[in-house]
Design a protein around this ligand. Structure first.
Ligand code: ADE
Ligand code: ZN
Length: 329
């Protein structure tokens, strides 16, 4: 089975987190920034644990300083992602890293990303949509301008609002103002939860933020009543197994709960999160799911159908992408 050629959908990536280390090193050299300490001796990103990962991630982001940097990043990421058979991708983009939450600046960064996404769609056959993202450990106040940026630019490209970052920073309800603002503007919602916080954090995220999807969500496995609620509400989990393994949110591939979640009836999808940080690709994720759990083409087809149904895009886009998932005649 060629895992690379299977047409794939991924719903959970972070645009800056998809930046190859060589790309970030190139920008750092252009700007004469010394960020050498974030790389290991092989040139990859180096971090000890999740908190350190967030620090390294933010240090890498300091090299991304202009709309042009984001245009180049978007092109590079889409070329690489399309090479792994991904036909539709959603990516988290944060106004905090694109002009510091200023709406006018955000619109310029966004225009550059859209320009690259259009070009990449024509060249590489991959469709990109953006989810504006608040950074949780920057605090509830910092998430408000992000939500405002989401509300003001909701449209063909920006199709959702979410929150990433350090999950243990406050309770979900501390962020309800931002989620309410985005919901009132009509945006569908997702939020990282249950990567670190266990079932309580997932339950509160669903109850207090009204999300349609949960980023990771794997902590839900420890609470049968919560699983029933997730199933009943048809909440979709954006599961990123390789990320969970490398960051040690789980003990290893064998211990990953993705199969238990799916077999319990939960809608699960598969994504890479921040592929170069975790030495992964969508091809590698599929290979490991095959090797560890025996997943076959039928399993991958089902996963992609679930992902397409849960995508935050408009119905025309969904219909167009559905055709790309059909096996070649
Ligand atoms: N930002 C980038 N990757 C993340 C992750 N795995 N969890 C939370 N925030 C993130
Ligand atoms: Zn993530």
């Amino acid at each position: 089975m060629s895992f690379q050629s299977i047409p794939k959908i991924e719903l959970h990536t972070h645009l800056e987190g998809c930046a190859p280390p060589s790309f970030i090193r190139g920008l750092a050299a252009e700007k004469k920034l010394d960020i050498s300490k974030i790389f290991d001796r092989n040139g990859g990103y180096a971090f000890r644990d999740f908190d350190h990962f967030l620090q390294v991630y933010e240090a890498a982001c300091t090299t991304l300083q202009s709309p042009e940097d984001f245009r180049r990043l978007t092109m590079a990421v889409l070329e690489e992602t399309a090479a792994h058979g991904v036909v539709y991708m959603e990516t988290f983009v944060s106004p905090d890293f694109c002009g510091g939450g200023d709406l006018a600046a955000w619109k310029e960064y966004l225009a550059a990303m859209v320009e690259a996404a259009d070009e990449a769609e024509a060249k590489f056959g991959i469709t990109l949509r953006g989810i504006v993202t608040g950074i949780r450990h920057f605090g509830p106040e910092a998430c408000k301008p992000a939500a405002k940026c989401a509300a003001e630019t909701f449209g063909d490209f920006i199709t959702g609002y979410g929150m990433a970052g350090g999950e243990m920073a406050g309770r979900p309800s501390d962020y309800s103002y931002s989620f309410d603002m985005a919901r009132e503007a009509g945006l569908p919602l997702t939020c990282h939860a249950g990567e670190w916080g266990g079932p309580t954090m997932v339950a509160e995220t669903i109850r207090d933020l009204g999300v349609a999807r949960v980023g990771h969500g794997i902590g839900a496995i420890d609470d049968r009543a919560l699983l029933d609620e997730i199933i009943e509400k048809e909440i979709v989990l954006e599961v990123c197994p390789g990320s969970n393994v490398v960051l040690k949110a789980v003990g290893g591939w064998d211990a990953h709960p993705i199969v238990k979640l799916r077999d319990a009836g939960v809608k699960v999808t598969v994504s890479t999160d921040d592929p170069p940080f975790f030495h992964t690709t969508m091809t590698a994720e599929y290979e490991m799911l095959h090797r560890t759990f025996g997943w076959s083409e039928d399993d991958f087809r089902a996963i992609n159908e679930t992902a397409l149904a849960a995508a935050f895009c408009d119905e025309d886009t969904r219909a167009r992408v559905a055709k790309r998932l059909e096996p070649a005649q």
